[in-house]
Write a protein that binds this ligand. Structure first.
Ligand code: 5GP
Length: 206
């Protein structure tokens, strides 16, 4: 399959609390009909209001480990005591159909995907400042202080990994960040290596 026929794999990643989820939702509001969100699987307990099969597939540790054994994840990571992973079959199926598939995952997982799917588009969402990230984690109020500190420590270790991504988008304001991601997706489509096959005859490409 040629690059242009297969859908684009878009990986939105970055530290916990940076607002990846909110930015992703805003992106889907801007351009939802062309994008498919890959619902992750996790062993974390659902937060209030989260729906199984919509926010995550919530499973037990045993179930998750069974799926690891059966190689059913494109990537997975253990994050602050819980497993999170991207079910492989859905992603492949949608890409084959030519859909744009969006993953919203933490840094370790994104770097695993980078190895397996180097033609994906990797976007690191950064906070405007470290303090802003800390305030966000506090404000979210879904974790106890110990968990918040663990997430903050992890973020400190993740910042230097931003250089492994294709793009860095600062989440200063959600709609701005979503807008920039949309611009990135459009630019990626216009890249010669992707676009040239569409204009094969005119441009006389094999
Ligand atoms: P939360 O518990 O806040 O929902 O998620 C914790 C972290 O795990 C977030 O950074 C989130 O983006 C990330 N995450 C969610 N799904 C996946 C996944 O399928 N794989 C990986 N590696 N990380 C994920």
């Amino acid at each position: 399959m040629k690059l242009n026929e297969r859908g684009l794999l878009i990986v939105i990643s970055g530290p916990s609390g940076v607002g990846k989820g909110t930015v992703r939702k805003a992106l889907f509001e801007l351009e939802g009909h062309d994008l498919v969100y890959s619902i992750s699987m996790t062993t974390r307990a659902p937060r209030e209001g989260e729906i199984d099969g919509e926010d995550y597939y919530f499973v037990t540790r045993d179930e998750f480990q069974e799926r690891i054994k059966n190689d059913q994840f494109l990537e997975y990571a253990e994050f602050v005591g819980n497993y999170y992973g991207t079910p492989r079959d859905k992603v492949d199926e949608q890409l084959e159909l030519g859909k744009e598939v969006v993953l919203e995952i933490e840094v370790q997982g994104a770097l695993q995907v980078r190895e397996k799917a180097p033609d994906g588009v990797f976007i690191f969402i950064a906070p405007p400042t470290k303090e802003a990230l800390y305030r966000r984690l506090l404000r979210r109020g879904t974790e106890n202080p110990n968990m918040i500190q663990q997430r903050m420590d992890k973020a400190e270790r993740e910042f230097p990994l931003a250089h492994k991504y294709d793009y860095i988008v600062v989440n200063d304001e959600v709609t701005n960040a979503a807008d920039r991601i949309l611009a990135i997706i459009r630019a990626e489509h216009a890249k010669t290596e992707r676009a040239i096959y569409k204009y094969k005859e005119m441009l006389e490409v094999e």
